[in-house]
Design a protein around this ligand. Structure first.
Ligand SMILES: Cc1cc2nc3c(=O)[nH]c(=O)nc-3n(C[C@H](O)[C@H](O)[C@H](O)COP(=O)(O)O)c2cc1C
Length: 159
């Protein structure tokens, strides 16, 4: 599935949380297998997000469909989940906790047991229902603004 509500929530151990609607095939799959893979889509992989976000695995074999669309999968090393080639980051996660009392989504938290990333691959951005490319880095504030911030931090220091 496409899952924008996916976050890195701890460095050590390295933990990733994914928030999945209770009725989705993905929630059932994670419940059953106790593992999940996170593939951070590259900017040329929006079609993967559109397909996996539009159809449910309960009714459509999305992996077969994606393969027919030319998407290449590779076998994960530590879990039994097909992973997407060409993503900006791939993380294999083992479920350590799930929180069902947060509303209409279940928060699954997985420990990262295997990870690979290619910093040359730019991640896809999703905002306001549209896909975007990562833009220019925003310059640091001017030195006089930084001096002013420091001055104010000193004035408002608590100890
Ligand atoms: C870009 C995008 C991001 C999405 N993010 C989430 C999300 O974080 N959590 C979620 O429950 N559904 C999310 N969805 C919707 C699911 O991907 C969609 O319901 C999907 O069909 C579920 O598939 P499944 O039933 O095979 O698990 C998103 C959809 C799109 C297009």
């Amino acid at each position: 599935m496409a899952a924008e509500w996916t976050h890195h929530v701890s460095y050590s151990p390295s933990l990733i949380a994914v928030n999945v609607r209770q009725d989705d095939a993905t929630a059932e799959n994670i419940n059953e297998s106790k593992e999940f893979g996170v593939n951070l889509a590259a900017e040329d992989q929006n079609i993967i997000c559109s397909i996996t976000g539009q159809y449910t695995g309960k009714r459509v074999d999305k992996i077969a469909l994606l393969k027919k669309m030319g998407i290449v999968f590779y076998e994960s090393k530590k879990i039994k989940v097909p992973m997407i080639t060409g993503a900006a980051m791939n993380a294999e996660c083992k479920l350590i906790k799930q929180e069902e009392q947060l509303g209409d989504h279940i928060m699954f938290i997985g420990e990262v047991v295997e990870i690979s990333a290619d910093e040359r691959i730019k991640p896809l951005i999703y905002q306001n229902g549209k896909y975007w490319k990562l833009g220019d880095a925003i310059a640091k504030p001017a030195p006089e603004t930084l001096d002013k911030i420091n001055e104010l931090a000193n004035i408002h220091r608590k100890f």
